[in-house]
Design a protein around this ligand. Structure first.
Ligand code: 8Y7
Length: 286
């Protein structure tokens, strides 16, 4: 078992306790989101969905307005702002939770921070022009995710000499870029980016060897929920990947993940409560 050594994370005005693993609930606000068909585009629906996930025990709501699914239509800065910022603002006002913004766009990072976002989740690890500078001017943590290639083409024959080594090398480069720009180490989280320029074998190797990333000394975020890797293992479509996703989340936490990004909050929170009870070697109903 890997014991978490992650400290608390200051997320703007709120403190995220990472002494035990927490669940981040996915809130897509795209019209083309693959697993919820864009059914949460309206503000009311987004708030209701977030409220459900918080009631089920999510600690963070991750709001995303850009689909990174291969072949997804690109979104303009203005459109992303229009989709994301009102939802972030409403969530911050309505709920006592940490709102994460899933974006690579500096303008969206800035606008979301201004309305109270507590975390930046960037699948491009602040590589868009201006992103690292904008984050340096904010006081928020940021998740640096690994991706090989670009969303449009990343699943066309991804190749690595050694995936674990290459992902670590990427993390080291991006951590250095952040430190150079004035983003302190205490603000960084890492994510190997399951499914982002990776075959099934690559994903399995990464999850199996997740403890290898702990040596970087930063909190780990993992997103495997409903992904193709689960579907490929099971031979099942996206609406039948719940149990496989929960199993993968449990294994990620057991290997040291501090945050798991999921669609199915209730089921994942229950599974992690059982994990926590076994870790404490005591059982208590709560
Ligand atoms: C991840 C993510 C997605 C992930 C982090 C999906 C936005 C695809 N996946 N962010 N975003 N990690 N940090 O299937 O694995 O949810 S979008």
């Amino acid at each position: 078992m890997s014991k978490s050594t992650a400290p608390n994370l200051q997320c703007g005005a709120k403190l995220l306790d990472l002494s035990s693993p927490v669940v981040m609930g996915v809130l897509n606000v795209t019209p083309d989101s693959f697993s919820d068909g864009g059914s949460f585009v309206g503000l009311d629906k987004a708030l209701a969905r977030a409220g459900d996930m918080l009631g089920c025990g999510a600690a963070i709501i991750d709001v995303g307005g850009e689909s990174t699914r291969p072949g997804a239509a690109p979104v303009s800065v203005q459109e992303e702002l229009d989709r994301v910022v009102p939802v972030v603002e409403a969530l911050v006002q309505e709920f006592q939770c940490i709102v994460s913004v899933d974006t690579s766009t500096p303008e969206v990072m800035l606008a979301a921070a201004r309305v109270g976002a507590g975390l930046i989740n960037d699948v491009r690890a602040l590589q868009r022009p201006g992103a690292v500078e904008v984050v340096a001017g904010l006081d928020l943590p940021v998740c640096l995710m690994h991706m090989q290639g670009k969303p449009e083409t990343m699943q066309k024959n991804p190749k690595y000499r050694s995936i674990e080594r290459e992902v670590v090398e990427f993390f080291v480069r991006r951590i250095d870029a952040c430190l150079s720009a004035g983003v302190s180490r205490q603000r960084l989280l890492l994510d190997p980016g399951f499914g982002f320029g990776k075959t099934l074998e690559h994903n399995v190797e990464l999850l199996s060897g997740l403890t290898g990333f702990l040596s970087l000394g930063l909190p780990l975020l993992v997103g495997v929920s409903r992904k193709t890797m689960i579907g490929d293992i099971l031979g099942k479509p996206v609406d039948q990947r719940l149990h496989g996703s929960v199993a993968a989340a449990v294994l990620a936490v057991e290997r040291g993940a501090n945050i798991v990004r999921v669609h199915d909050v209730l089921e994942t929170v229950d599974a992690l409560k059982v994990v926590a009870a076994i870790r404490r070697r005591q059982v208590s109903a709560r």
